[in-house]
Write a protein that binds this ligand. Structure first.
Ligand code: SF4
Length: 287
């Protein structure tokens, strides 16, 4: 089964599977980070492109318009001879027109995928009974409870961060860019029978708490709601160099009545400066 790679929370993995292909959410490894140091390019985007170069054909890649850098990644992929790339246009608003537009984009994505697989889409294989996964983790006593947000954080980085928190802190809420799809609502079975594209478009566009969605206050409202049900002592915002989006969020977070915020740059492996600021932040939280 041909793998289809993606790195954006707005790509419905269910649609890839329904077309008879294997959905693969990209998770960079340390080798991808080493190459991801080009001036002016977000490391998450570059790590994705680096990771794709290491794949063995045949495979396909879905890019999105999540941000200008992601959009540009599609051009770079094609310019470097990448095959089977598809650019999914993700609207920034969530009203009826935006849902219709995104549903049409998903139809085109389905056609692209079915051409690759040679199969018709089978929507009855999509599970509709639950959201993708649970939102928050149970926390360990006596540790500072941390909510994580910001740009993509890959599994090995998350492990490094948890290691750095040690016995003094624990991540109870992961709302980083590549983890937010876990918060989309469950699919409605009846709506899926009526028009699966519209239902997928609505579920992804209207309930994934992305900073790119307009109006922008929806992300902060969502975060405040989460913090009412998940006790949090501090927020760590992961910023990637050359990303203006999350830099703007840092200012917004500090303006709101939220737990203390630590913004750190975590470009691949943890930097010494980030680690010492993390230490100071934990001390400030009483750890
Ligand atoms: S971290 Fe910023 S530049 Fe990088 S993919 Fe996310 S939004 Fe785009």
């Amino acid at each position: 089964m041909m793998p289809v790679w993606y790195n954006c929370p707005f790509v419905p993995a269910e649609l890839i599977s329904a077309c008879g292909l294997s959905s693969r959410r990209f998770d960079a490894d340390a080798g991808d980070f080493c190459a991801a140091q080009t001036e002016g390019i977000c490391f998450a985007v570059e790590a994705f492109l680096t990771g794709m170069k290491k794949q063995t054909p045949p495979y396909a890649v879905i890019f999105t318009t999540l941000c200008d850098q992601m959009r540009r990644a599609f051009d770079l992929y094609q310019a470097n001879g990448g095959k089977n790339g598809f650019l999914l246009n993700v609207p920034v608003t969530t009203g009826p027109d935006a849902i219709s537009l995104f549903a049409e984009e998903l139809r085109q994505m389905k056609q692209f995928l079915c051409r690759l697989s040679g199969h018709a889409a089978r929507f009855n294989t999509i599970h509709t009974d639950a959201p993708i996964s649970q939102g928050s983790k149970p926390h360990k006593n006596n540790r500072a409870k941390i909510a994580l947000t910001g740009g993509p954080v890959y599994a090995c980085q998350l492990a490094a961060l948890e290691h750095s928190l040690g016995s003094r802190g624990t991540i109870v809420l992961n709302a980083t860019e590549n983890a937010v799809e876990q918060f989309r609502r469950a699919l409605n079975p009846e709506a899926m029978k009526t028009d699966p594209y519209v239902e997928l478009a609505a579920a992804y566009l209207q309930t994934i708490p992305s900073i790119r969605t307009r109006p922008g206050h929806l992300f902060y409202q969502w975060l405040e709601t989460q913090l009412q049900t998940t006790a949090v002592d501090g927020i760590i915002l992961i910023r990637h160099p050359f990303c203006d989006h999350w830099r703007g969020v840092e200012h917004q977070l500090r303006q709101r009545p939220l737990p203390p915020v630590l913004a750190i740059e975590w470009n691949g492996s943890p930097q010494a400066a980030a680690l010492s600021r993390l230490e100071a932040f934990l001390e400030m939280l009483g750890q």
